[in-house]
Design a binder for this molecule. Structure first.
Ligand code: PMP
Length: 360
């Protein structure tokens, strides 16, 4: 049994992959694969609209939001958001809570007048935290406020909605979308690269409040233009038809599992199991303040980092893949998205315990 803890592209539900395999050569009895038919074919369009419908249902997306299926992954949206939601002279607010926020900020700087960083991380006795709301330096006239509620590399998360923000809230949910219930109506834009909780990479979902697109904006390349894509049902140009199809299978699987409420329960249990073990151990550590710990990406370090390579070697031998931390931060990271069952985390904890006993 292999458990894949990769941060993304990440583990997909085995049932989804199996279904895609079964259908690969003959999709819907047409005798050809889903990759080989036109995106205008009625069978494909039906599937695509059903996928949108399923995502709307899973996230309880209000009717006054577009749900867009776009190209270019998470970083594509780093560029699309400022172009669609701000003018080139606008001020926009960004929270800088980690590596991905930083990339989003640097991209936005190319398209707007001023990117105001409202705040970021702080060190506390209990570990790294995000600065409390009261300390954020929000601007009065921001076209939007952007943040990344789950920083995939740093394993730091903002679990509370930033309710004091009055500008439209834009959230990069690449690594936590669909992981727990969410009130979409509190957001202006939610976007996500697909390759963690949704499907294949290079693909992105954007959920956009329609009223934001009536404001004056700058020139946007049509492929990134939310209004144009919405008008064309996300088929302004040929979409990534296979990614859309596979994402649709993941949405169906999520519905069968009991939706985001059930995912939220399982994800909380998985994260608690792993963090509790790390906190009780003298062999491993996590440096994030308990209130700000990600439930999707759990970075941890061996106190004796000389053992890192051996840890990874033995983990792989046991079928525990993808545990190496991001190249910028080192150590280990266990990404435990929706497709990772509780049994995978239990197996990881047992392995970590065993490794600590043998090497402690
Ligand atoms: N935002 C977050 C939070 C991410 O984790 C990632 C990818 N790991 C990205 C954006 C960038 O996604 P992509 O590689 O699809 O552009």
């Amino acid at each position: 049994m292999i458990y894949n803890f990769s941060a993304g592209p990440a583990m997909l539900p085995a049932a989804v992959l199996k279904r895609a395999q079964e259908e690969l050569l003959d999709w819907q009895g047409l005798g050809i694969s889903v990759m080989e038919i036109s995106h205008r074919d009625p069978a494909y369009v039906r599937m695509a609209r059903q996928a949108e419908q399923d995502l709307r249902e899973l996230m309880s997306v209000p009717d006054d939001y577009h749900v867009l299926f776009l190209h270019g992954g998470g970083r594509g949206q780093f560029a699309a958001v400022p172009q669609n939601i701000a003018t080139s002279s606008a001020t926009v607010d960004y929270l800088d809570s980690g590596i991905w926020s930083g990339y989003a900020i640097r991209e936005a700087e190319k398209f707007v007048g001023r990117v105001n960083v409202v705040g970021g991380r702080v060190q506390t006795e209990q570990g790294t935290a995000i600065a409390p709301f009261e300390q954020w330096q929000l601007s009065d006239d921001a076209a939007y406020f952007h943040y990344c509620p789950n920083e995939t590399v740093d394993g730091i998360a903002l679990h509370q909605l930033p309710t004091q923000v009055t500008a439209p809230i834009v959230a990069d949910m690449s690594s936590n979308i669909l992981s727990e219930p969410l009130d979409v109506s509190r957001f202006g834009v939610i976007y996500a690269g697909a390759q963690k909780n949704i499907g294949p990479s290079g693909f992105a979902i954007a959920i956009v409040k329609q009223s934001l697109l009536t404001q004056p904006q700058q020139q946007v390349s049509t492929i990134m233009d939310y209004a144009a894509q919405a008008a064309d049902g996300s088929m302004y140009n040929t979409p990534n038809t296979f990614a859309w199809y596979l994402s649709g299978l993941v949405f169906q699987w999520l519905k069968e599992q009991g939706g985001v409420a059930e995912m939220g329960r399982i994800n909380a249990a998985k994260a608690a199991l792993l963090y509790d073990f790390i906190d009780k151990s003298e062999f491993y550590q996590n440096r994030i303040h308990p209130d700000f710990r990600s439930r999707m990406n759990v970075p941890f370090q061996l106190i004796n980092e000389q053992l890192d390579a051996e840890f990874l070697r033995q983990a792989e031998q046991q079928g525990l893949m993808g545990l190496k931390g991001h190249r910028f931060v080192g150590g280990m990271r266990a990404s435990i998205y929706n497709a990772m069952p509780l049994a995978g985390v239990q197996t990881l904890v047992e392995f970590m315990q065993h490794f600590a006993e043998k090497n402690g």
